[in-house]
Write a protein that binds this ligand. Structure first.
Ligand code: UD1
Length: 449
């Protein structure tokens, strides 16, 4: 078997000297409690779901993230008022929802913006939205969303990069998804809440965020059964009403902190979490030799066990091992005893963190979409660049365990999906800080011209 070594040059965008970066001194164990924020992926879908009602919704436990702010801007562009009314709480008023298109520049930066298509169509009988841009981790088509809406009776045209969907009245249908796409399941489920008759989604995504969105819709009066299983049944109702709803805790943030604790041989207690949402992650950590205690319904504690051992990982739709935890586990496995094979099956281009981890001294090679991780005795700090959201978390984890100083640039990725990660880590003893370089006056003038 020939294995192609991955070059150790960064393949990600270079950064400018004015860009903020994280500076980490690695090798210090963490100890204490970390609060877990609300789930980004739930909150984004629920914000779109709030368009299904004329009445206002209050959503709490919304993480303060760049992606959430971008979604708020997109909602604003379609006539929806999003008002922060307290820490992590948003009021969403979609009374004046319109069919205006959100600007391409916004939609292109946030794939979840596409989630508004189904609700706008269901409410107004017509919706137009730019196709979301490709993204670093893969092509991410929207064919399953579009086919689902067409099955509900919508006429869908894609022209000049814009999806236009029309339906005087959506009608329930039986829809089989070729792949259990999270986004497509959410789009179809939301649209079906206001359709006439019964919709059955077969081979639906079972992710906890799908169930959370369904619970939110049910709190507005929607009739949905089976969310969180492979078959979801939705009976359309004429209208939905206002609600107050709390977003579930972020299982990916919690998993990221467990990985950070395992690699630094730390003792951490995380709350609130829903351990049932983290089955595969907890199982793999235990297989590696970490000690994990589930303390009550919403707390997890991790302690160091013996030497951490290599494990193989294959990403799968829920309840399989989440693709959103693949990069963080790869960072951890670089320091485990033995060789691990990581197979990424959900997204075709989600191994861009490999060269950056190798820059820190890891021994990872990629062959046909599989990463072969040979455990090394130590990592050593270096400047690295994040290529996407979860890759940035992987670099933080590796930096915490590296000897010396690591500098992580490309923080706009981290800020999309982790609420104050460096502050939470500082509070449990990590030597990590965000450095915002002083921009010389000359370049400020140059920028403003
Ligand atoms: C969501 C999550 C993302 C997570 C992913 C998989 C949000 C905002 N994001 O993304 O963090 O990594 O689930 O758990 O919730 N696909 C198609 N056609 C489609 C739709 C998807 O072929 O119409 C393919 C995608 O290219 C990908 C796979 O299905 O290969 C999974 O994508 P999907 O489950 O839809 O992910 P997202 O909803 O985009």
């Amino acid at each position: 078997m020939t294995i192609t070594p991955v070059p150790s040059q960064p393949t990600v965008e270079p950064t400018s000297p004015e860009e903020p970066y994280l500076k980490l001194e690695g090798g210090y164990p963490l100890r204490g409690e970390v609060p877990i924020s609300g789930a980004k992926n739930s909150a984004l879908a629920i914000m779109a779901g709030a368009l299904l009602t004329m009445d206002g919704c209050r959503i709490s436990n919304v993480p303060d993230l760049a992606d959430i702010r971008m979604m708020s801007e997109i909602l604003d562009a379609v006539g929806v008022r999003v008002t922060p009314v307290g820490p992590n709480t948003l009021d969403i008023d979609a009374r004046f929802l319109s069919v205006h298109r959100a600007p391409y520049e916004l939609v292109n930066r946030l794939r979840a913006s596409f989630f508004i298509l189904g609700p706008i169509l269901a409410r107004l009988g017509m919706a137009r939205i730019h196709l979301p841009g490709g993204c670093a981790i893969g092509a991410r088509p929207v064919d399953l969303h579009v086919r689902g809406l067409a099955a509900l009776g919508a006429e869908v045209h894609i022209e000049h990069g814009v999806v236009e969907a029309r339906a005087r009245k959506l009608r329930g249908a039986r829809i089989y998804l070729d792949y259990p796409s999270v986004g497509a399941t959410e789009t179809i489920m939301m649209a079906a809440t206001l359709a006439e008759g019964e919709t059955v989604i077969e081979n639906a995504a079972q992710e906890p965020e799908v169930a959370d969105l369904a619970n939110f819709c049910r709190s507005m009066g929607a009739c949905i059964r089976g969310a969180g299983t492979k078959t979801i049944v939705i009976c359309g109702v004429p209208r939905l009403h206002s609600t107050e709803y709390q977003v579930i805790p972020d299982r990916v943030e919690a998993g990221t902190l467990l990985a950070a604790a395992a690699i630094t041989r730390s003792i951490l207690s995380l709350s609130p979490v829903i351990p049932d949402h983290m089955g595969a992650v907890i199982a793999k950590l235990r297989e590696m030799g970490a000690l994990i205690d589930i303390v009550g319904p919403n707390r997890i504690e991790i302690r160091p066990g013996g030497t951490l051992r290599a494990v193989d990982i294959e990403t799968q739709p829920f309840p399989g091992f989440p693709t959103d935890m693949q990069a963080q586990f790869m960072a951890m496995l670089t320091l485990c005893e033995g060789t691990s094979i990581i197979s990424e099956t959900v997204f075709e281009n989600r191994l861009m963190h490999v060269p950056e981890l190798n820059r820190l001294g890891a021994d990872i090679r990629v062959r046909s979409g599989h990463a072969i991780v040979r455990g090394v005795l130590r990592l050593s700090g270096a400047p690295v660049v994040a290529s996407d959201l979860r890759a940035s978390a992987a670099l933080v984890i590796a930096g915490l365990a590296s000897h010396g100083t690591t500098r992580i640039a490309g923080l706009h990725h981290l800020d999309r999906g982790y609420e104050s990660l460096e502050v939470k880590l500082q509070q449990v003893g990590a030597r990590i800080e965000r450095v915002v370089p002083n921009v010389p006056t000359g370049s400020l003038v140059a920028q403003s011209l």
